[in-house]
Design a protein around this ligand. Structure first.
Ligand SMILES: Cc1cc2nc3c(=O)[nH]c(=O)nc-3n(C[C@H](O)[C@H](O)[C@H](O)COP(=O)(O)O)c2cc1C
Length: 186
């Protein structure tokens, strides 16, 4: 059809990611794409934290402290699972919404805007030849984790995008039939 649609249709998420991650210049392009997500009243509610290198150790400490203090985990194996989670990719983006009071734009719409921005990130990363996956789990949509990011309850962590270079074979895209998902009213 055209290059943009082809690239969206052929994008897949990647769980196995290694170095290299996109350059700063490439990430600038990715953020420009993210910031063009639909955004009711142009509130610009979306924020990212780009984490790589030693930043991953910081995120790991956050996940570990959260597991111990907020999930009350005592099992060493489980705590280590959460502590090691950030190292599943060389770069992690935390995607957050700064929720604002607005007469016409409910907070859920502001969160939807961040979700749309995250999809723009996934498509852009893929189009640059890298890989990514959107992860959520216990560390997203959870107001108890905000204090570790020095955020208050006006913020919401929507999810985490793990980014790097995909390892292994590209997974097969499921063959879905449009008729199963779309009704036509003519
Ligand atoms: C809101 C949201 C949260 C997700 N959370 C996780 C997660 O925590 N762990 C995971 O493995 N996949 C998660 N996924 C799914 C993957 O990001 C991905 O979409 C899925 O593996 C399908 O792969 P595909 O994007 O190649 O179709 C989440 C997706 C969405 C939209």
């Amino acid at each position: 059809m055209n290059d943009i649609i082809d690239s969206i249709v052929n994008r897949v998420s990647n769980k196995n990611l290694e170095l290299p991650y996109p350059s700063d210049k490439e990430m600038q392009a990715v953020y420009n794409a993210a910031m063009r997500a639909p955004d009711h009243a142009w509130l610009h509610p979306t924020r990212f934290i780009e984490i790589k290198g030693k930043g991953l150790d910081k995120l790991s400490r956050i996940f570990e402290n959260f597991a111990i203090n907020d999930m009350n985990l005592e099992n060493e194996l489980l705590i280590n699972k959460y502590k090691n989670a950030p190292y599943r990719a060389p770069m992690v983006l935390v995607a957050m919404t700064k929720k604002q009071e607005h007469p016409k734009v409910p907070k859920i719409e502001q969160m939807f805007s961040t979700a749309a921005a995250m999809q723009n990130v996934l498509i852009s990363i893929d189009s640059l030849g890298y890989g990514a996956i959107w992860r959520s789990g216990i560390f997203a949509l959870n107001n108890k984790i905000l204090k570790y990011f020095k955020e208050d309850e006006n913020s919401e962590i929507i999810g985490y995008i793990y980014i790097g270079t995909p390892v292994g074979k590209k997974k097969k895209i499921p063959d879905l039939k449009i008729e199963d998902y779309v009704n036509f009213w003519n």
